[in-house]
Design a protein around this ligand. Sequence first.
Ligand code: M6R
Length: 611
Amino acid sequence: MCGIVGYTGYRDAFPVVVKGLKRLEYRGYDSAGIALHNQSLHVYKKMGKVADLEEHVVGKNISGKTGIGHTRWATHGEPSDRNAHPHLSASGKLAMIHNGIIENYNQLKQELLQKGYQFKSDTDTEVLLNFIDEIKENNHCSLEEAVRIALKRVTGAYVILLVEQDAPDTILAARKGSPLVIGVGKGEHFLGSDASPMLEYTKEVVYVNDYELAIIRPDELILKNLGNEVLTPYVQKLDIELAAIEKGGYDHFMLKEIFEQPQTIYDCLRGRLDAHKNKITLSGIEQYAKEICNANRIIMVACGTSWHAGLTAEYIFEECCRINVEVEYASEFRYRNPVIHPGDVIIAISQSGETADTLVAIENAKAKGAIILGVVNVVGSSIARISHAGAYTHAGPEIGVASTKAFTAQLAVLSMIALKIAQLKGTMPAERISALLSELEEIPGKVQQILSDTTGIESIAKKYATARDFLYLGRGYNFPVALEGALKLKEISYIHAEGYPAAEMKHGPIALVDDQLPVVFVATRDSYHEKVISNMQEIKARKGKVIAVVSEGDETAINLSESVMTVPVCDEMLAPLLTVVPLQLLAYYIGIARDCDVDKPRNLAKSVTVE
Ligand code: M6R
C-alpha cells in the first residue's frame, strides 16, 4: 500500500519519479506528490491520481536532479491535498514520504504538541517527520542520527524516504515491515516499493531489510543497521523485462494477465513437471520433504485470493497426501495465539510476498518452531526471504489489482507439491498420480481453449451487468472457485456478490433468491455433479437466473441454465485451474460494462502492507 519512488543522479528527477509513480499506482491512488531538490525543497501534491499531479505542476518549476514521490492509499486522514505526501517538516528543512503505519503516532504527537508543534495534516507521517526534525534540531545532530534515534521509539511499519534542504543530492531511506528496493546505476540511484520504477534504467538492485537505513547519493550507497554498523549491500540482478510490466496492447492489465495464463501456468510447470517420467522436481520443497511427510498437519496461511488458493489446496492435499490441512486467514491467525508445535508445516501463499498479515503470521509461527514454506510470486520479497524454503510461482509481475494469473500459478504449484508428497508418502495409487501429472501438463492448452473465444462471456456480462447482487455456488474443489468468482466481481464491478458451498445455500442464502438474482454455479462434471444439478433445480424452481460454468457437452447442466460458460473436460482435482478463468472474465467484462476502472478499483490497493 502506498507507492514510493526516489531518484538521485544526473537526470531530471521529475520525469523519472512520475513514470515510476505511474508504475506503482496499483499500490494506491488516493493522492500523489513529489518533492524535488533544486536549490531548495519544492513540494507538489494533489488529491487523485498521478495524472492529476502532472496537471497540477504545469507551469511550475519542476527541475532538480534529486526527488522523492508518493502515491497514497489513505490510512490516517481522508484522501485530500493536505494529507497527500510528501510532507514538509515544521522547520521546512525536511521533506518525507512514508508507506506503512506508525502505530504510536498519537503518543508522539502529544509530545510534539506540548513542545508547540502544529500539524497541517491528519497523517501519522507528518508526526514522525516532525519527531525526527525535533530530535535533529534539539540534539544538533545529523539527519541520519536523528532518524536512527527516532526509529528506536517508533512502533509499526514503515518505509520512509527523506530529502533535506542542506543535502541537495542525498536521499535517506529506512525500512521496517514495508518493501524497499534500491536500483544501482552508474552515477545514479533509484528507489521504489518494487523494482518496476527502475527497470528501464538498471537491473541491479538491493533489497533493503528491516531495521536498515540507507544513505543514497548519485555515486554512493551506504547501508547501515540502526546500530550504526555499516553493512555490505547485496546487489542482485533482476530477471524481469520491461514488457512484463506494460500493457502490451491490452486495454487493461487485468485482461492482459487473464490472457497470459496459458503461458504463466506453463512457466510455472516448466522444468518442474515431467509427466512422461512421472517426475516432479521442486528443489526448495524437497529439502523439507521428510518433515512434510512426517507432519501431523499443514497450515495454509494467506489473505484474499491467495487464501482461496489455500482453500483449494486443502482439498487437494487431503485427498493426495492424507495430511490434515487447516487454512487460516493470516489476519486472524497472527492474533489468536494459535497452537503451533515444532515441526508443524506452514505454507504461506502470497502473490506480492509483502502482505503484512501473512508476513507477521509466519514470523510468529517461525519463532514457535514451525517450518515455513513460501508459495510466492515476487522473487526476493519479504515472505520469500523469511520462509525456510518454498517454490516461486513464476507468474511474472501482476499489476492489475484483482489477482488472476497469480491464483492459477499458485494452484499449479500447490498441486505439484501435493502430488510430490503423495509420491513420497505413497498415499495415492501411482496410476492416479500419473494421470494427474499428465492432466496438469495439459492445463495450459485447455486454458488457451477457454480464452480462444470470449465473446459468449462478454455477452453474458452485458446481460447481467445491472444486477444488484450475485450468488456464486460450487461444491468440493469448485467451492473455493465460487468464493474467488464472487471476490473478483465485488472488487471490479462493486456489485455485491457472495460465494457459498452449493448445498449450504439451503441454510440461509436461498431466501435471497428471486427472479432478479443471478446465481452462478461452478458445475463441472465431478463427483458432486448430480448434487449440484439438484441445487441448480432448486434455484430454478425459485425463478433465480442460473448462469453456469459447465464441462463441454454437459447437456443436463446446459439445459438447466439461462447462460453457460463451457470449459474443457478435466480431472476434478485440477478443474479449478479452468473454472476460475470464465469467472475472471465475467467479472472483468461486467466491470467494463459498468464503466469501472478495473485496474484501479476504488478503495483497494494491490499490496496490503498495512494490517
Ligand atoms: O499479495 P497477496 O497474494 O498476499 O495478496 C493477498 C490479497 O490482498 C489479494 O489476493 C487480494 O485479495 C486481491 N485484491 C484479490 O484480487
